[in-house]
Ligand binder design. Structure first.
Ligand code: ATP
Ligand code: MG
Length: 358
């Protein structure tokens, strides 16, 4: 097939196992392009890494935005090497700047139980957990408004505010409702805590109810965050799309993938749905210094993030075929990496997935 569709992708491996799994993601994406008729124009960058920091004293050059330009997406590995650069420096100097500058207000993570990956939850097999967690990524509980009074005294008072705007809440809810509508189950669950947090959370609930009027085909329910986390563990098959504020989404988007076995296979995306700036696709895991450089990292989280990137640019068939190839390979014990009790290397596993595409 001749390649007729082209997408520009900024490729940023970062640190540690990011440098090992990103090439496997690219290998699979390139193969998918050959089979489905598209080309990725790749721009690789060495910044947003601790090596870059040690050479230049900053995580990214001052003109990083111009250097990244306006790609269709950013394909990112992981950042962080706490032995040489504190995590707050590496994180704030890269990912957090992108999230803000590019207004990536949706953090999207699937939690899906895959073949070959034993769930820590008893009696759960492939297919029994298949949900999407939509986290608000820019406001809410993670504001820096507040302060400490009478610090260091018996009278010490500490306050930190939650900021919700109608614009900020509505736009992430709209994304979640649209996602739910696109799914077979058409079911949206909203995480709340309006029985305890009496101002912001009732507002969140109110916006959910108002927007539900625009989506009569979507079944909506809400759970308080405490019982919702319990339900994730006891009845994860109840959930389809789950939408949550920044803090609750942070918790759920770690818990969901944890219920599906290993951090090594979980993907995520930071999305700007209006496409006014690029969205970023990265595995859930970090740079994993403890196993970096040994060629044993599981590349599936990175490769699955690549599939999400293809979905984002509109290559839905190719994205679905990558998911099927991942499932085929994970079902085969000898093709699994050591975190899944296999003996395959990062490269073996990546090559096997590329091959399974056809
Ligand atoms: P972050 O700081 O980015 O939140 P972290 O540094 O706390 O993450 P990770 O780097 O994700 O944690 O690693 C947590 C554990 O999981 C480590 O023991 C690591 O070796 C393991 N791990 C993470 N990713 C993978 C992978 N792709 N394959 C195999 N093991 C992994
Ligand atoms: Mg880390």
């Amino acid at each position: 097939m001749t390649a007729n569709r082209r997408y520009t992708v900024a490729v940023i491996p970062g640190d540690g196992i990011g440098k090992e799994v990103v090439p496997e993601g690219i290998r699979v994406l390139e193969r998918a392009g050959q089979l489905h008729g598209f080309t990725l124009d790749q721009q690789w960058h060495d910044f947003a890494s601790c090596d870059y920091y040690l050479q230049h004293g900053v995580m990214m050059p001052p003109d990083w935005k111009a250097r990244i330009g306006a790609p269709d997406a950013i394909f990112f590995g992981a950042v962080g090497w706490p032995e040489t650069v504190p995590d707050h420096v590496s994180l704030w100097g890269s990912l957090i700047q992108w999230r803000r500058e590019y207004d990536q207000y949706v953090n999207l993570r699937p939690a899906r139980l895959m073949p070959g990956v034993p769930s820590p939850l008893a009696g759960r097999g492939p297919g029994s957990i298949d949900m999407w967690i939509v986290r608000e990524n820019t406001e809410g509980e993670y504001s820096s408004i507040g302060g400490r009074m009478f610090a260091g005294t018996e009278r010490e008072i500490v306050i930190q505010e939650t900021v919700m705007t109608r614009h900020g809440v509505d736009r992430v809810l709209r994304y979640a409702f649209d996602l739910a509508r696109s799914r077979e189950a058409k079911h949206l669950t909203s995480a709340t805590k309006s029985n305890g947090i009496s101002i912001t959370m009732p507002f969140w609930d109110e916006r959910v109810e108002t927007m539900a009027g625009d989506y009569p085909d979507v079944r909506v329910d809400k759970y308080h965050i405490d019982i919702l986390t319990a339900q994730f563990v006891m009845n994860p098959d109840r959930f389809d799309v789950v939408v949550a504020s920044n803090l609750f989404g942070d918790i759920l988007s770690d818990l969901g993938p944890a219920c599906t076995g290993t951090i090594g296979v979980a993907p995520s995306a930071n999305i700007n749905p209006e496409r006014t700036s690029p969205s970023l696709f990265e595995p859930v895991h970090g740079s994993a210094p403890d196993i970096a450089g040994r060629g044993i990292a599981n590349p599936v989280g990175q490769i699955w993030s690549g599939a999400m990137m293809l979905d984002h640019v509109g290559e839905h068939e190719a994205a679905a075929s990558i998911l099927r190839a991942i499932e085929t390979v994970l079902a085969e014990p000898r093709l699994r990496t050591p975190d899944l009790k296999g003996t395959a290397s990062t490269v073996d596993c990546g090559k096997a997935i590329a091959q399974a595409l056809g």
